[in-house]
Write a protein that binds this ligand. Structure first.
Ligand code: ADP
Length: 749
């Protein structure tokens, strides 16, 4: 990890270095190979040039002395001295013969005026005979008494020719000029090399021999107008235009120069797109006495190809070397990694072995390995300690020696049994220590893995402590079971007692409820007294009246009075009947209860008191549709208690007004009783449901009403809560499970 970080940092620099080195290698290779290729090209083209110049020289040399030789021939002198048809004929024949023999193009004789008197081609259609060539420089040179040499395009034949001339003299008198013309086309055809071009230029630089047909009669450099005019007027090259070659660049190189030609279409000396500029190495050699130069133009394409090949080879070799280096580095790294991995592995193995050894030596279990015959091969210190043998004393002994006689057979059977049998045997046996004492052990005799086939590993646990512990455990369990039985009995008894107490409590509660009812009845009795007093007084006066009418014998009013009495008793029975209902004990079952029924029941009890106290009570409408789950009589008792408390609280107030409101929340129904009394002091709010809490004077209240009401509501799975209204008065809320109006009236109260 430590090494990986710098390596990744170095990598970009290394890559840059490799690329820079590659660029250097490419540059150096290109430079060296170019200079070598150029040197080779220079050598080879210089050798070629010399060869071509020499061959040209030799070709010319073959003819150079022929005019001189011919000039002294008598036939020709005769013709010049004594012109006549006979001498012309003979001279023509002679020249024809000579011309054929030497292989020249034409041989002809001119007088000092330049008129051709005889010619080798006398018999041909385009014969020189009769033509005047006094304008040719070679004629003038010969007239001057010198051997003339000249290259020109034949004015008659239109063929390029090289002219050798010589004056014909007789006794120091100039008579005429003899000319031998040779054809240079053959030389051109001999010179053919695809990579080099040969040019022969005259003293003006006009190309008149070239291996490239299109370069003929062009110049190496543009000629000044004067020179052009002069050459044109000499008719040397007929009517050829003598345009210069399209050279765009000239660079000196050693003793020669490199020229760049743009062949093809050009506009204002600028090469058009797609036209490939060609570069040549130009070398020039002079042909002595001939009056012209031979140039060789060697294409630089082979040089460029050689440079490219060398560069590619260098890049390839460089690439191969770099890859080889990378490969060697990678290999070295892999070898290093491998050896490191091996070291780590060996270290890990050693550590592992040491750990296993430590585990074996320090384990609390005794470990013994046996060979296939049950002989002890090795054992750990724990095993030696278990059997109280000194170190190394048990090795080579039979394992059965460590077991009691009765347990040996089972172990022996497993050790000598089939290898395909169970791999492991676990038994509890009796071990024998060195001193002969016995102790309980647990043995696990296991076959070793395939590599140690036939051998066994025995794991031994001393069971002495466990056995003691088991005995202790058994005793403790027995004790516990005994105590549990005892406790169960106690609990059963306590349970029975509790059940009994609950039963008693229920009874007490019922009695308390009954007492509370009676207390309410007691409170109501004054009102009932008042209610009953009226009809009683009326009955009495009706009875008195009836007896007076009877005495008078008036039977009709008697029956009227008796009917009135019967009506009044019915009314009295009605006044008393709710009291009977109220004091009745209830079943305690919860059923859907109509709030209308509760209201009617409570109101029939409270009617008299409300009326007397001139109190107003407001029940919500459509109560017949509202049902709660509960016990009607008990709920009625709670409602009576709440209304009665509200009446007592509002005593002495001008306006006595009780508002009852309903609120349905999901499956619950809240019935709130708000009075317009003084409310309950805040600190007393938590106490009002406590039994015997009362603020009333002795004899007026027991302080049990709300406590019992609270329990009654809770027994119906509801809650009774108290709060003070923000605008005064107390609000008692009964919260009960709501039910939808049942379809059938079975079980509905
Ligand atoms: P009791 O009516 O016999 O005193 P309750 O348990 O019915 O017993 O009421 C306990 C006390 O709660 C009352 O003495 C009274 O002080 C208070 N209390 C009950 N209802 C109201 C109420 N509507 N307004 C004010 N105080 C009330």
């Amino acid at each position: 990890m430590d090494k990986a970080v710098p390596r990744t940092r170095i990598r970009p620099f290394l890559t840059l270095f490799v690329l820079l080195l590659l660029a250097l290698v490419v540059y150096q290779t290109a430079t060296i190979s170019r200079s070598r290729a150029m040197a080779d090209l220079l050598d080879s083209s210089s050798a070629d040039l010399n060869r071509y110049a020499l061959s040209l020289q030799q070709e010319l040399d073959r003819y150079k002395d022929l005019p001189k030789l011919l000039s002294s021939h008598s036939e020709l002198i005769n013709l010049l001295l004594l012109p006549g048809s006979e001498s012309v004929y003979r001279a023509n024949l002679y020249l024809e013969k000579v011309n054929n023999t030497i292989g020249a193009s034409d041989t002809y004789l001119m007088d000092i005026e330049g008129n051709t008197l005889a010619a080798s081609n006398w018999s041909q259609e385009r014969t020189f005979v009769g033509r005047n060539f006094s304008f040719r420089p070679y004629f003038r040179d010969a007239l001057a008494g010198e051997a003339g040499r000249y290259f020109a395009l034949g004015s008659t034949s239109k063929k390029r020719g090289y002219f050798f001339s010589y004056p014909v003299e007789y006794r120091d008198r100039l008579l005429g000029v003899i000319v031998v013309k040779i054809d240079l086309n053959d030389i051109e055809t001999d010179w053919s090399d695809p990579m080099t071009d040969i040019l022969v230029t005259d003293e003006d630089g006009v190309i008149f021999i070239s291996t490239r047909g299109d370069w003929k009669f062009r110049t190496l450099e543009p000629l000044p107008q004067d020179d052009l005019q002069r050459i044109m007027s000499s008719l040397r090259y007929g009517d050829h235009e003598l345009k210069s070659l399209p050279v765009v660049e000239r660079k000196p190189f050693e003793m020669s120069q490199i020229i760049t030609l743009v062949e093809g279409q050009r506009i204002d000396n600028v090469a058009l797109d797609g036209i490939d500029p060609q570069r040549y190495l130009q070398q020039v050699a002079q042909v002595p006495d001939a009056g012209f130069n031979v140039s060789i133009l060697a294409s630089l394409k082979p040089v460029e190809r050689r440079v490219l090949t060398s560069v590619m080879l260098a890049v390839f070799i460089y690439g191969a070397l770099v890859f080889l280096l990378l490969f060697l580095l990678a290999r070295r790294r892999i070898v290093q990694e491998r050896s490191r991995f091996k070291q780590q592995q060996t270290l890990a193995l050693e550590r592992n072995e040491a750990r296993v050894r430590a585990i074996i030596d320090n384990t609390h279990a005794g470990l013994i390995t046996l060979d296939a015959h049950g002989v002890i091969e090795s054992l750990n210190p724990t095993a030696e300690k278990l059997f109280c043998y000194g170190s190394g004393l048990l090795t080579g002994e039979y394992f059965s020696k460590l077991l009691a006689q009765e347990d040996r057979a089972v172990c022996w059977q497993h050790i000598t049994g089939e290898a395909s049998g169970p791999d492991e045997l676990m038994i509890e046996a009796c071990g024998i220590r060195m001193d002969g004492s016995r102790f309980p052990v647990e043995l696990i005799i296991g076959r070793m893995s395939e590599t140690d086939a036939g051998r066994f590993l025995i794991t031994i646990h001393d069971l002495t402590e466990r056995k003691e512990y088991e005995v202790e455990l058994k005793q403790a369990r027995d004790q516990l079971e005994y105590r549990v039985a005892e406790r169960t009995q106690d609990l059963t008894r306590a349970n029975a007692r509790l059940l009994h107490e609950v039963e008693e409590h229920k009874q007490t509660q019922n009695e308390l409820i009954q007492t509370a009812k009676l207390a309410v009845i007691g409170q109501m009795s004054a009102g009932i007294n008042h209610e009953l007093n009226q009809p009683l007084t009326a009955i009495r006066s009706y009875a008195d009246n009836a007896s007076s009418f009877l005495k008078l014998g008036k039977l009709e009013p008697v029956s009227g009075n008796l009917e009135e009495i019967a009506g009044l008793t019915e009314r009295m029975a009605k006044i008393i009947s709710p009291l009977k209902e109220f004091s009745r004990k209830t079943s305690g079952q919860t059923v859907p209860v109509s709030l209308k029924a509760v209201r009617d029941g409570a109101m029939s009890i409270m009617y008299g008191r409300l009326d007397k106290a001139k109190a107003r009570i407001e029940w919500p409408d459509r109560l017949e549709k509202v049902f709660v789950l509960g016990d009607m009589l008990r709920l009625e008792q709670v409602v009576v208690n709440l209304i009665s408390n509200a009446l007592q609280a509002m005593e002495g107030r001008n306006e006595k007004w009780i508002e009852i409101e309903l609120e349905r929340q999901a499956d619950r129904l809240c019935i709130a009783f708000r009075d317009h009394g003084p409310g309950i002091p805040e600190q007393e709010l938590g106490k009002v449901f406590e039994p015997f809490y009362t603020t009333k004077q002795a004899g007026q209240g027991l302080g049990l009403g709300l406590s019992i009401s609270h329990r009654i509501v809770e027994s119906m799975d509801g809650h009774l809560k108290v709060a003070n209204h923000p605008y005064g008065g107390a609000v008692f809320t009964i919260d009960l499970p709501a039910v939808d109006a049942p379809d059938d009236k079975i079980g509905v109260q």
